[in-house]
Design a protein around this ligand. Structure first.
Ligand SMILES: Nc1ncnc2c1ncn2[C@@H]1O[C@H](COP(=O)(O)OP(=O)(O)OP(=O)(O)O)[C@@H](O)[C@H]1O
Ligand SMILES: [Mg+2]
Length: 252
């Protein structure tokens, strides 16, 4: 079954077709890679799939549900969709710990701060921060973290949305927009193992990534975009050997 499907999806920005008639499917419980040259529409696709941007035309289908003309950002948690950002977004003036606490309550940033003594929440925060190696940094402001630590904190935030009874529905679809970019090998290892665990837990992962070794290691299926269109798809090894795919990258 498909976790998400798009049909003839378009997203235009004043004349630029960032997504240009894209029909793709992301299979439930699998890791699907999305690759393509800079500007080929990968982030825009994630923005539309996560409800941050309305499509210009076309539809998407989540699970076995009806066709939707886009998704409201407020509905993404309900649909179990969560994402990370290519340009990491954190609550800069809050601690590492509070950055996780806020996602554990659906109400508001303030509500979560007042609920900080909830034992269940604290256990969850400790678990996810330990998982990415940031528990020792819990009292620091997000603003003071290194580039790599910021990316790890974003991963922890996404993990906090699994088995959370406080935010809509347990997250089942994870969209990662270049989570490995610029990271040291030790940090890459952590995120690789997180993605493998998500897959083992039956989650659906959509992974935008430029490193083809990581794509080969992690992905069951690969989608190649070029100028907002589908250039190729299939098994990673097979797709990456295609002449048109190599040319799209060399022509960058
Ligand atoms: N908010 C926006 N306003 C105007 N144009 C945009 C906007 N977002 C993206 N674009 C344009 O849409 C096209 C696709 O951009 P997008 O960021 O989706 O590409 P990408 O594949 O993620 O690239 P990269 O590999 O560099 O991250 C580009 O031409 C970009 O300039
Ligand atoms: Mg991008």
């Amino acid at each position: 079954m498909d976790a998400i499907r798009t049909k003839e999806l378009h997203k235009h920005f004043s004349g630029v077709a960032a997504i240009d008639g894209l029909s793709v499917a992301f299979e439930q419980g699998k890791v699907t890679g999305v690759v393509g040259p800079n500007g080929s529409g990968k982030t825009t696709l994630v923005n539309v799939l996560s409800g941050m941007l309305p499509p210009t035309a076309g539809v998407m289908v989540i699970g076995g549900e009806r066709e939707m003309k886009g998704l409201r950002a407020s509905d993404t948690a309900y649909h179990g969709i969560t994402r990370t950002f290519q340009e990491v977004r954190l609550f800069e003036q809050m601690t590492v710990l509070d950055n996780i606490l806020v996602v554990l309550t659906e109400r508001s940033v303030w509500g979560s701060l007042f609920e900080r003594h909830n034992a269940g929440h604290m256990k969850k925060v400790e678990t996810v921060l330990t998982r990415v190696g940031l528990w020792e940094k819990r009292s620091q402001l997000a603003h003071n973290l290194s580039y790599g630590q910021r990316k790890l904190l974003e991963i922890a935030r996404v993990l906090a949305m699994t088995h959370s009874d406080h935010i809509g529905q347990d997250a089942s679809i994870f969209l990662f927009d270049e989570p490995f970019a610029g990271l040291f090998p030790e940090m890459i290892k952590v995120i690789v193992s997180v993605i493998k665990e998500l897959k083992e837990a039956g989650k659906t992962v959509i992974l935008i990534e430029h490193n083809m070794n990581l794509i080969r290691e992690l992905c069951d299926h690969l989608i190649v975009m070029d100028s907002g269109k589908l250039l190729a798809e299939g098994k990673p090894d097979h797709v990456l050997a295609k002449r048109e795919v190599i040319e799209a990258y060399l022509g960058e």
